[in-house]
Ligand binder design. Structure first.
Ligand code: NAP
Ligand code: MG
Length: 510
């Protein structure tokens, strides 16, 4: 076919050899999944230089899925050299942007062809419920690549009205990407797609606990014909691999999603080493305000998904619900009624609503979070404990009577814990000031049928995203990112492209 011819042409002579992959295979979810487990550097899967490995675990039963290469600093350095060589001398750097777009479309198509396999791997490695993994984790990743593929040939030179100068948008060369474990493939997609559309090459570190979909993705990039060295994946520890990426003199940009403390550490290292450009998507404690004039059915349904979606391992999860006094008790009664209907169990089972937390340490932290809530005097209405079964399952939990000074009112749980506070009937400004009284500013929400109130509140909520009478509705074309200590620099939308570009002004006299 044309694509295959085109791909062969792009790869050049030195890529004629067939890619050899040492897979781990597993029969699971009525299919055989084939999982690469080694570092992906310069178009090849290979062991870490010192041969080290670690185990990645299935949170549904705590079993080991397979061993994965544990990259060292030397592996990062090799990956960066490969990315630099690919940018400076490989076909990628010289390619017509429209051809670059074709490769990214092809990659998206291959991800779609492999979507069941990708979603299955995501489920066993991260505990994501399979139906959600297919629709969101993998589905939105595919959409993200298609969206940014379309941008490749639309990055335009701007001519100033002050003749005769113009400015041009250039790639940044080698970029680093460091991501968390809650949406392993989707976080990769949000950052890599924009980075590649902008013409850069990259080195990516997945979270240690969820490396497998990133490595499967690497395989698909070879099949798509992305030239060697353009994408490099180095699984390993943040302190070692991630830190080396922040420090590396040949990296010019680092895109990070993760916690606020690590984001600060990364920004510091990026500054001290070579003043890398950074974008940071950090923690959140997003407020959701529910007024008594809301559509109650919708507020119950969406209030629950604002907290329990992806077992609460959701950066924009509503960390705190403010419910107007006159509907408060009814609201809680209905939420608890609905929680009792939730099916907790094997995330591969199509009827499961709630799967295991991502890994053991996270589950332990959630149990402790709930113990602190109880100790401080919040009312534990439902859950609060580990589910009595194998694996890392946490009960969907509800706290009420949460006061502003309490730990659980201020700190993110990143788990299925609903934290509810009451506010006085009609006190719009009072609840707004409580909702904004946080150092985070990632997302927020409001439920009311009164359009004036909805607009008044959404204008004043200090967050990068506001949901009105809905929640969790993100779109690949809409910029996503926080205010305050939730970070800066957007993912998705046109703005994300500029996180991975630099602007050059050229003035010509004649
Ligand atoms: P984390 O501890 O900050 O880790 C995130 C990534 O950074 C991991 O890959 C980690 O490696 C790496 N890392 C750790 N230390 C590093 C260092 N010194 N230098 C460079 N990289 C380093 O966060 P997490 O616990 O994985 O994720 C949960 C957090 O992510 C939550 O706070 C959540 O709000 C946030 N989050 C935000 C968004 C958003 O869009 N704003 C989205 C999702 C999640 P290891 O694998 O070794 O830990
Ligand atoms: Mg795992």
């Amino acid at each position: 076919s044309f694509i295959q011819m085109f791909v062969r042409r792009l790869r050049g002579e030195d890529q004629e050899e067939e890619l050899v992959i040492d897979y781990v295979t597993k029969d699971v979810n009525n299919m055989t999944v084939k999982m690469p487990y080694q570092c992906f550097i310069n178009g090849k899967f290979e062991d870490a230089e010192d041969g080290k490995t670690y185990n990645t675990v299935n949170p549904t039963d705590g079993s080991v899925i397979c061993k994965v290469s544990y990259a060292s600093v030397a592996d990062v350095d090799r990956a960066v050299s490969a990315a630099k060589e690919a940018f400076d001398n490989g076909p990628w750097g010289k390619m017509n942007p429209r051809d670059r777009g074709r490769l990214l479309y092809r990659l998206a198509d291959l991800m779609e062809e492999h979507q069941e396999e990708l979603a299955t791997i995501e489920t066993i490695d991260s505990g994501a419920v399979y139906t959600l993994a297919l629709k969101t984790h993998v589905g939105m990743s595919i959409q993200t690549f298609r969206y940014f593929a379309g941008w490749c040939d639309k990055i335009q030179v701007c001519v100033c009205s002050l003749r005769p100068s113009f400015y041009n948008f250039l790639s940044l060369t080698v970029c680093a990407i460091v991501i968390p474990w809650n949406y392993p493939l989707m976080m990769l997609a949000w950052k890599s797609a924009a980075c590649l559309a902008a013409g850069n090459t990259l080195v990516l570190k997945p979270a240690q606990v969820t490396p497998l979909t990133a490595l499967k993705f690497a395989e698909l990039t070879v099949k798509a014909g992305i030239p060697k060295g353009v994408i490099n994946i180095v699984p390993g520890s943040g302190g070692l691999v991630g830190q080396r990426m922040s420090d590396h003199p040949d990296i010019r940009k680092l895109g990070f999603t993760g916690s606020t403390p690590i984001g600060k550490q990364i920004m510091k290292s990026c500054a001290v080493s070579n003043l890398k450009k950074v974008s940071l998507e950090l923690g959140g404690k997003s407020p959701l305000i529910i007024f008594s004039d809301c559509d109650m059915d919708k507020a119950v349904r969406m209030g629950m998904s604002s907290v329990y979606f992806n077992k609460g391992e959701n950066c924009i999860a509503a960390g705190r619900l403010f419910v107007e006094e006159s509907i408060h008790d009814e609201y809680i009664r209905r939420v608890v009624e609905e929680i009792k209907k939730m099916k907790i169990g094997d995330p591969l089972d199509r009827s499961t609503d709630h799967g295991p937390q991502n890994h053991k340490a996270h589950l332990d932290k959630l149990v402790e979070y709930c113990e602190i809530g109880v100790k401080e005097g919040a009312m534990l209405v439902y859950g609060g404990r580990q589910v009595d079964r194998p694996g890392f399952f946490m009960e969907p939990t509800v706290f009420t009577d949460v006061e502003d000074h309490m730990f659980i009112a201020k700190e993110e749980s990143f788990g299925p814990v609903m934290v509810v506070s009451k506010f006085k009937d009609g006190d719009v400004d009072g609840v707004l000031s409580r909702a904004n009284n946080t150092e985070f500013g990632l997302a927020s929400g409001v439920f009311t049928r009164d359009i004036n109130k909805a607009m008044y509140v959404s204008e004043r909520l200090e967050a990068g995203t506001v949901f009105v009478n809905t929640y969790n509705k993100t779109d690949v074309a809409a910029p996503f990112g926080g205010f305050k200590q939730s970070g800066f620099g957007k993912d998705l939308g046109e703005e994300a492209l500029h996180e991975y570009l630099r602007t050059k002004a050229v003035t010509v006299e004649y």
